[in-house]
Design a protein around this ligand. Structure first.
Ligand code: ATP
Ligand code: SF4
Ligand code: MG
Length: 370
């Protein structure tokens, strides 16, 4: 079991980074800790999750591997149903007992998949915490927010009620909730969506986590509030030395804030690299299609932007070979065989027989069919 840490939060006036949602800024928030060699905080290897529903086997995660350095931010990107949430719930021990999980998840050297439910419970909300998309549903509507945070603080510390209340106000200030002392006595419905998300982050921070998983934590918010919450997460990541896994549909958001990106398709990682490396040279046709779906700043107003054509595959009946094949304009017969997920260039992993820019595959560089 992990010991309770007592480290005080850093000063309020520590540096706050700005985030701009354009790929040119890729990876600029990488903290010194991520660059320094050393043991990763989290190592996920060949993670697989299978559900059985109505007699059909649903392969939700199909061999996912990645690493996360202490204090670093990793974005997991992919379309709806690609296995982003299931894979992170697997490492939090939050899947139903019917889920068949295999592979290895090592957090600070401990095998998470081998922990008992009791050990997992002490880790959740402590060393590892999660923030979800919908704070309205995650917060208790009948309890004042101060009481909810105080409860979380008491669960993860030896503080008495008064001490825990003081820490709860400190946490509300840390997440920059305006008028924290007053809001402490308010109910969730009295707060805006952005404020509620700040409260959820404060609750997640109550156990002083070393890893925070933010699953679509900003998706329900307007663009301005989304940027503010992302900047808050980056600030906390840097001030508290906390690692963050940011789960999103939005490749542009990943480009602006994360140091590393995993692109998932049909439960697999299909491209994985430091953000700067990935955006300098996107290789996987699926990532390329996602990139095409990001509205560019210089796009003509009201012009249509390219979206990834076709539907994500049925996870209970995956196509033979590369799962992106039915939607890929570069597919050939070779793609009937599964491409291996390999480190093709330094730090740049992808799974594709005919990567973008290779000059192989069905289409030439100028888009003509061979
Ligand atoms: N408890 C469950 N039983 C059966 N299938 C499940 C269960 N939970 C998730 N799935 C399936 O696993 C697949 C992956 O789901 P997951 O929630 O990880 O997708 P996601 O990438 O997070 O999508 P979104 O972006 O919509 O949140 C989906 O096909 C989903 O229907
Ligand atoms: S070229 Fe082939 S291997 Fe590469 S993404 Fe397309 S279908 Fe998959
Ligand atoms: Mg999800």
């Amino acid at each position: 079991m992990s010991s309770k840490r007592t480290a005080a939060f850093p000063a309020e006036d520590a540096t706050v980074s700005e985030g701009v949602i354009v790929p040119e800024t890729a990876g600029r928030h990488r903290p010194a800790t991520a660059a320094s060699p050393g043991e990763p905080l989290l190592v996920v290897e060949d993670l697989r999750v299978q559900f059985t529903r109505g007699g059909r086997k649903i392969n939700a995660v199909n061999g996912l591997s990645y690493e996360l350095a202490p204090g670093s931010m990793l974005a997991i990107i992919g379309e709806s149903g690609s296995g982003k949430s299931v894979s992170s719930r697997a490492l939090m021990g939050l899947l139903p007992p019917t889920a068949k999980i295999s592979g290895s998840v090592r957090f600070d050297g401990r095998d998470l998949l081998g922990l008992s439910e009791r050990e997992m419970q002490s880790l959740r909300g402590g060393d590892i915490a999660m923030v979800f998309q919908d704070p309205a549903r995650s917060l208790n509507p009948t309890m004042k927010i101060g009481a909810q945070i105080t409860e979380a603080v008491r669960l993860h510390s030896d503080l008495d009620k008064k001490g825990a209340q003081a820490r709860a106000v400190e946490l509300l200030k840390l997440v920059r909730l305006p008028a924290a002392e007053r809001r402490f006595h308010e109910y969730p419905h009295q707060l805006s969506g952005g404020m509620r998300q700040r409260v959820m982050i404060a609750i997640a921070l109550a156990g002083e986590p070393r890893l925070l998983i933010a699953d679509e934590a900003t998706t329900a918010l307007d663009v301005t509030t989304q940027a503010q919450i992302m900047e808050l997460l980056v600030e906390l990541q840097q001030r508290l030395g906390m690692a963050v896994i940011m789960i999103s549909h939005d490749l542009g958001l990943a480009a602006s804030y994360a140091q590393d990106v995993v692109v998932m398709y049909a439960g697999r990682a299909v491209e994985y690299a430091p953000t700067k490396v990935l955006f300098a040279n996107v290789r996987m046709p699926y990532t390329h299609a996602l990139l095409g779906a990001i509205p560019a700043l210089d796009r003509e107003p009201h012009s249509l932007f390219e979206v990834t054509p076709g539907q994500p595959p049925d996870l209970s009946a995956l196509p033979k070979g590369c799962p992106f094949r039915p939607r890929c304009s570069n597919a050939t017969d070779q793609c009937l065989e599964m491409p291996p997920f390999t480190e093709h260039d330094p730090e740049h992993w992808f799974a594709c027989w005919h990567p973008v820019g290779s000059g192989t595959g069905k289409h030439t560089a100028n888009g003509e069919q061979r």
